[in-house]
Design a protein around this ligand. Structure first.
Ligand SMILES: Nc1ncnc2c1ncn2[C@@H]1O[C@H](COP(=O)(O)OP(=O)(O)OP(=O)(O)O)[C@@H](O)[C@H]1O
Ligand SMILES: [Mg+2]
Length: 144
């Protein structure tokens, strides 16, 4: 049987670091509609924070821009989330997904964002075009 969509939201916000908290709070409240466990909410908060941070610091190089976040809840207790920026894009997705890979010259970043997002979600996909931007497709599956 095909899963049925039960709720959907779309949000656009500025790519500034204050909105990392805004985005993860908003998605937690949205997901609360299907009553995930505390651990599941904690995982999704981490994933959203990493994704939004990447858009703020890498895609837009802290110069600001727009981020859109779309989320859909399904009756099989899954949630699909799409996080999109129209920033600089990623030259090699394969390389950037490797643990410890970072283009950050400051030495402050560990290159663990993508591996963490992958480990804490059910499915994780990145699409990116240089000069046009990046979209993350993330699926969560909450326990019964
Ligand atoms: N939205 C994005 N736009 C452009 N480049 C990105 C984006 N997200 C990630 N990247 C590139 O992929 C690399 C790896 O990202 P990842 O989140 O794994 O590590 P990091 O951000 O460098 O370090 P950490 O997340 O541990 O602080 C980044 O250094 C950056 O070059
Ligand atoms: Mg990161």
């Amino acid at each position: 049987m095909k899963r049925k969509e039960i709720n959907r939201m779309k949000l656009e916000f500025d790519a500034i670091s204050q909105n990392e908290a805004f985005a993860r709070q908003t998605l937690s409240v949205f997901a609360a509609g299907i009553d995930p466990t505390v651990e599941e909410i904690s995982d999704l908060r981490v994933v959203v924070s990493e994704a939004v941070t990447n858009a703020v610091v890498h895609a837009y190089k802290n110069q600001g821009g727009k981020i859109t976040m779309t989320a859909v809840l399904y009756d099989d207790r899954s949630m699909k989330v799409k996080i999109r920026d129209t920033g600089c894009g990623i030259a090699s997705i394969e390389e950037s997904m490797q643990p410890l890979f970072t283009t950050d010259p400051s030495g402050e970043r560990g290159g663990m964002g993508f591996p963490i997002m992958q480990a804490m979600s059910h499915a994780f996909k990145v699409k990116s075009t240089l000069g046009k931007g990046t979209t993350l497709y993330i699926t969560f599956k909450f326990s019964e």
